[in-house]
Design a binder for this molecule. Structure first.
Ligand code: AGP
Length: 605
């Protein structure tokens, strides 16, 4: 997705905006640009390519400004070219935009009839001329408000004016925009890491809200121009949390942060003395949960895999029926959501367009909505009836890792809570004991990273992978395959082990490594047979297992994970798969933090 950042204040806005863009690179982009106040003039520099190319254009030494806006573009309309890069401008205004103007063609025709000439293929340029049209007889904020009345689509929009130099306006609808407050000035950005080194005091703008910065002050308005009061959040994210902290990539840093992320997510959520879940943390009354008989879970990608694990956990522990949908499918299947059913949106970013649309669909059908989200104040969290924040800290790597394991832990807590409110006196001490040991057990796996790296060396040149898992480990097979394909570009498929003989077995030969997940319990014998079937066809078997059994001695690789209860095995089993994908991606020389074609938060449908 595009990244935007603006700054107005007493420090050098050019340096802060360029630095902010660098901290938004993880969002994925193909061009970059900046506009800054130079006296009463606004200078614009922009180019296709990377931020380093943009910096090369700012080669005048001592360049300084009190106001600047910047943008990294992820092309949606028009190729990644210099002229399509943002900022876009008209006579009196310069803008950067993250989102889509759905009715830009009609607006473009109207503006051309009014004499405007266009220099790009983007939808965004329409916004600059439309605002300019009204700015001829209104101040900047009213020009923006009037223009947006004619716009259909989504926007996180920053606007500066040649007529009112020194003023900076930010406004949002369906695309995230965060306001940062520091002693030396104020920031507007798509995401907190863009200015986290300067401040952790933030205000999350909601849809239809605007902030006007001028003369060192600011005020919030709605789209009718009425003044608003907004809550200031102080995030417990340190700047280093958004940096790499000595790791080679954000992804490996975040894999290693999982013990801490899980501990932080459990803090305050488990009543240690009573060995129960802290019911207040999910924001749903015990009476409501007691009467709950149907849950819908919807998410995308890795978060959807967490939802699949959640179904197993909630149904097996609490007995409540759960349906899991890909968010991009949910609203098109006429889901039979009844009033007061529970809809759970699982989303790291809280801004995934498909997940937001599913959440809104469920709400419109009368469901209660719970968001399991990693970003305080994100749209999903704010629109839901209740929110349960995972506390994994900012996840910068595009491939989701620590957010996933904290989602699993959150769903596990919710399953326990449901049973506690439905069954008087149930004893969860065993479950909770095991849960509290998970961070140290993940540490034990992380200490063996070099073993995983060795395995990666043996298979980094493969063209295809098959990942097999049963029961609670089937979603982990899907997740392991997604991790690999996302960052190594190797085709990898996750499959239920029992399904292999219904087709995929035709793929097995000595060039097809098969990752097989083995858990304790009655299913393990069946998985052993799957391993035999693969071996019999010359396939390579890479086994991750919680059981040590002689049946595995013929496998090409066996990696044993620490012991835990079956319900928590998914949390441990995914960690070596994350490491395997990471090391194969690195061995293949790819940018594992910003894989090609991918974005960290998919805010378009
Ligand atoms: C996961 O590694 C991917 N980056 C992607 O599948 C991601 O999980 C998906 O886009 C959902 O994102 P969200 O959790 O922020 O909603």
């Amino acid at each position: 997705m595009c990244g935007i950042i603006g700054y107005a204040g007493s420090k050098n806005a050019i340096d802060l905006v360029i630095d902010g863009l660098k901290h938004l690179e993880y969002r994925g982009y193909d061009s970059a640009g900046i506009a800054y106040l130079n006296g009463d003039e606004i200078m614009i520099k922009k180019c296709s390519g990377k931020i380093a190319d943009l910096e090369a254009m700012l080669d005048e030494t001592g360049l300084s400004s009190s106001l600047a806006i910047g943008h990294t573009r992820w092309a949606t309309h028009g190729l990644p070219t210099d002229y399509n890069a943002h900022p876009h401008s008209s006579d009196s205004v310069v803008i950067v935009h993250n989102g889509i103007v759905e009715n830009y063609r009609a607006l473009k025709e109207m503006l051309e009839e009014r004499g405007y000439r266009f220099y790009s293929e983007t939808d965004t340029e329409v916004l600059s001329h439309l605002i300019d049209l009204y700015h001829k007889e209104a101040d900047l904020e009213n020009s923006v408000l009037r223009a947006l009345k004619e716009v259909r689509g989504s926007y996180a929009l920053l606007v500066i004016s040649r007529r009112e130099p020194g003023k900076l306006i930010g406004v949002r609808k369906d695309s995230p925009l965060v306001f940062g407050i520091s002693e030396d000035g104020h920031f507007l950005a798509s995401d907190v890491p863009a200015f986290l080194r300067s401040t952790n005091r933030v205000v999350f703008l909601e849809d239809g809200e605007m902030v006007v910065l001028k003369g060192g002050g600011y005020n919030f308005k709605d789209l009718k121009g009425r003044q608003l009061k907004k809550e200031v959040h102080t995030l417990n994210w340190s700047p280093s949390m958004a940096e790499k902290g000595g790791y080679r990539h954000f992804m490996i840093k975040e894999i290693h942060e999982q013990p801490r992320a899980i501990s932080d997510t459990l803090t305050g959520r488990v009543l240690l003395k009573e060995q129960r879940v802290n019911a207040t943390e999910f924001g749903l009354s015990e009476d409501y949960l007691k009467g709950l008989s149907k849950i819908f879970i919807s998410a995308c990608g890795t978060s959807w895999h967490a939802g699949l694990v959640g179904k197993y956990l909630i149904e097996s522990i609490s007995g409540v029926s759960v349906e899991v949908d890909l968010a991009s499918e949910f609203r098109y299947r006429n889901p039979l959501v009844r009033k007061d059913d529970l809809f759970i949106a699982i989303t790291q970013s809280g801004e995934t367009a498909d997940t937001l649309a599913a959440q809104r669909e469920a709400k419109a059908r009368g469901a209660r909505t719970l968001s399991i989200c990693n970003v305080v104040g994100a749209t999903s969290a704010r629109e839901a009836d209740a929110v349960f924040y995972t506390h994994s800290g900012p996840e910068i790597g595009v491939a989701s890792t620590k957010a996933f394991t904290t989602q699993l832990v959150s769903l596990y807590l919710f399953a326990l809570l449901l049973e506690e409110v439905k069954r008087e006196g149930v004893d969860h001490s065993g479950y909770i004991d095991e849960l509290l040991k998970i961070p140290e057990k993940i540490e034990m796996i992380l200490k063996r990273e070099d073993e995983i790296e060795e395995i990666a060396k043996g298979y980094a040149k493969a063209k295809d992978f098959l990942y097999l898992g049963r029961g609670l480990l089937y979603p982990i097979a899907l997740e392991g395959a997604l991790k690999l394909k996302e960052i190594s570009y190797i085709h990898a498929e996750g499959y239920p082990s029992g399904e292999m003989k219904h087709g995929p077995i035709a793929l097995i030969d000595e060039d097809m490594p098969v990752v097989i997940l083995v858990q304790k319990g009655p299913l393990k014998e069946k998985v052993f047979s799957n391993i035999e079937e693969v071996k019999a066809r010359g396939g390579k078997t890479i086994v991750f297992t919680s059981v040590n059994d002689s049946a595995l001695k013929e496998s090409d690789v066996v990696f044993e994970i620490p012991q835990t209860i079956p319900e928590l095995e998914p949390v441990l089993m995914v960690v070596p798969l994350q490491l395997l994908a990471y090391h194969i991606g690195v061995l293949r020389g790819y940018d594992v933090d910003q894989p090609r074609n991918l974005a960290k938060s998919v805010t378009v449908e």
